[in-house]
Every structure is written in C-alpha cells, then in structure tokens.
Design a protein around this ligand. Structure first.
Ligand SMILES: [Zn+2]
Length: 373
C-alpha cells in the first residue's frame, strides 16, 4: 500500500521570555551564510555546511551547534527561492536578505512535553524551560511525532510553531471518488450518483466582522489594537471552524460510499473562479479556499484516502458529457445546447471534476473542451 507522510503545524504561545540575543545571533549567522550562498551560488545544504560549519563554530563557540545546521538549511532555501523569483523577474533586490525574527529549530534544539504543556529550548546559556500558554493543538497530534519547529517573535510575545508528522497507509485506488467544488458561499461534493451542497457562510462571517472592525475604528479611543486583534482571532476561528465541519462531512461521505480518492480543484485556475468579485474579496477567498483544501487534504490522508488535484478550468460552465459550453437556464441551472443535459451548476462542477479524474486515472487524453473562454 502506498505510504504518505501527513504534516501539520501547531502554533503555541510561550509563557515567558526568550533571551533576546537568540534572534539577533541567529540572524547574524543566517545573514552571513545567505550572503556566502549567494556569492558562491550554493544551493546544497551539505556543501554550505561543509564549507562554513567549522568557521562559524569557532566564531560562536557557545551557540549550540545545531543552530548552525538549521541556519544552513534556511540559507539554502531562502537563496533558492530568491533565485527562482529573480529568474522570473519578480525580485527587485540584488541579493537576498533575511530580516525576520524567526529561528529554525531541529529536534536537538527543542522538545515539547504535551502532558505538562512545557517546552524546552536550547540557548547559548543552556536549556531553558517555558510553559505553553495556548496553542492550536489538537488531540490528533498525540499520534504524531514532532520534528522541526520555528521560534517566532511577534508584537505580543514569543511563539513556537512545531511541525507534527505521521506516516499513513493510503487505500488502494478503486476508481470510486468524491469530488469537491469550492465556491464563495457553498461547497458541493459527491459522486456521480449523489451531490451534497453545504453553505459555508464564510462571506457572512467575514462581512459581519468587517463591519465590527469598521465601527470600532471610526470611534477614536486610546488603544483599539487589542480589541481588533481579538476580533480578527475570532473571525479566523469561526471560518476555520466552518472549514473543519465541512471537511469532516466530505470525509464521512467518502467513507460511506467507499471511495478511495478525494478529487480537488487545482488552484492554478482559481483566478477564473473569482471573476466578478472585487480584488480584495478575491484575495481573501483564495486564501481561505486554499485553507479549506489543506484541511480536506490532511483529513482525507489521515483517513487513508488518496487526494488528487485536477484542472478546474471551466468545470462549472462546460458540459460534462460533450464539453460544450453550457447556457444558463434559470437560477443556478445549466443546459447543454448540444446534448440537452440539464443540471444544477454545482452538480455540473462535481461531475466535471470526476470526469477529469477518471480520464487521468485511465490514462485517457484530458477532455479538450470545444468552447474554452
Ligand atoms: Zn452536452
């Protein structure tokens, strides 16, 4: 059976302070490595480590050695993404710089004790123990193991972002699938036989909080920042909560019909979907669209289901049978001028995604729609 690693990040707020120089020293080391990687065009962690480890060890003798390892890793990945952007003409700066208050930790540099809600972090002056205040922690992490983490300094304190992982065995692909079509206000999912339609109310939640924030900002007061942050936190949690509920329903449906695969829309084609909405709206939607997909993906994999992304271009406007552009036929209804198929818009989208998945699975040519925009 195919094995797959599922990774999830949990963010914990730390109770107490970290020595300030942990961030400044790390930034110094990382900036030095980044500059060297850039000058010598090094993208390999092994090579960077081989060339610079001993020098940095001598320069920072009290710094735990694994900080140099993780700084090498980060320097390589920052340089690689900078080079990629540069090649596409998207980076203005001449060379990459690192300004963030972030420190990468490997399993030698920290540990988490989730029984007593405590973390231990290696510093230049030995290990320090810090209580965890609160976090986006969940029961499911108990069966997972923690590998690396990031220390992040924010305005309101220090955070530890830990990556949990678990290897899962995926079910053998049996041809049965559940496709998921995500829209601004609803999510449609199902098989050829049955499609469910769930309202997300995401837009309503976002609008309500937008109005709340605006009311708050219109009244001058001493300090509205904490309240604003509180609202933002609540808004995010409500949207996330809605995402989790829908994802659970999708997984339950997949298990009910014994599907082996969950089919999702490939995000590259997302811009087409938010056509008509304002730019700012579109951005928010894209963000939460991806968020919902991520939640569905990891829940599916934890349940042993395969996940496949397929091209979503035109999935709600083309006929799933013959590929002709459908014409609107009343509220959310679509009709095919060629074969006469008449269906709800959401059902059309789900059927198209399933059709594309099956074509991919059986190695057939992708559908070439006759009427693409
Ligand atoms: Zn048709």
């Amino acid at each position: 059976m195919p094995l797959e690693t599922v990774k999830l990040t949990a963010s914990f707020k730390l109770d107490g302070l970290l020595p300030q120089d942990i961030f400044s020293t790390y930034r110094e080391v990382l900036s030095y490595l980044l500059n060297y990687a850039w000058e010598k065009r090094i993208t390999s962690f092994r090579r960077l480590k081989a060339e610079k480890y001993y020098e940095l060890r001598a320069k920072y003798p009290s710094l735990p050695s694994h900080y140099i390892y993780t700084a090498c890793q980060m320097a390589c990945s920052i340089y690689k993404s900078f080079r990629k952007l540069k090649r596409r003409g998207l980076a203005k700066a001449e060379k990459p710089v690192f300004k963030r208050q972030v420190v990468m930790l490997d399993d030698h540099l920290f540990s988490l004790d989730l029984e007593s809600w405590e973390s231990s972090i290696a510093t230049e002056n030995g290990r320090i123990k810090l209580k965890l205040l609160h976090g986006t922690y969940h029961e499911k992490f108990k069966e997972m193991k923690v590998g690396q983490a990031w220390l992040v300094k924010k305005e309101d304190g220090f955070y530890l972002k830990a990556v949990f992982s678990r290897a899962v065995e995926l079910t053998e692909v049996n041809g049965k699938a559940i496709a998921v079509d995500i829209n601004e206000n609803n999510v449609a999912f199902g098989s050829e036989k049955h499609v469910d339609n769930k309202e997300t109310r995401e837009r309503a939640i976002r609008t309500a909080y937008f109005l709340k924030r605006r009311r708050l900002q219109s009244k001058p007061r001493l300090n509205e920042k904490p309240l604003l942050a509180k609202y933002r936190g609540r808004e995010r949690r409500r949207v996330e909560d809605a995402c989790h509920k829908i994802a659970n329903q999708i997984i339950a449906e997949a298990e009910k019909v014994r599907a082996s695969t969950v089919v999702l829309e490939n995000l590259k084609n997302m811009r087409k979907k938010s056509r008509g909405s304002k730019a700012i709206n579109g951005r928010l939607n894209r963000w939460s669209f991806r968020k919902l997909q991520n939640i569905i993906e990891y829940k599916a994999k934890l349940a042993g289901l395969n996940v496949k992304y397929v091209n979503a271009r035109g999935s709600s406007s083309l006929c799933p049978k013959c590929g002709v552009r459908l014409s609107p036929n009343g509220y959310r209804r679509m009709k095919c001028p060629e074969c006469g198929l008449e269906e709800d818009r959401d059902i059309v989208a789900v059927k198209n995604l399933l059709e594309r998945y099956h074509r991919w699975m059986w190695g057939l040519h992708p559908f070439t729609p006759k009427a693409l925009p």
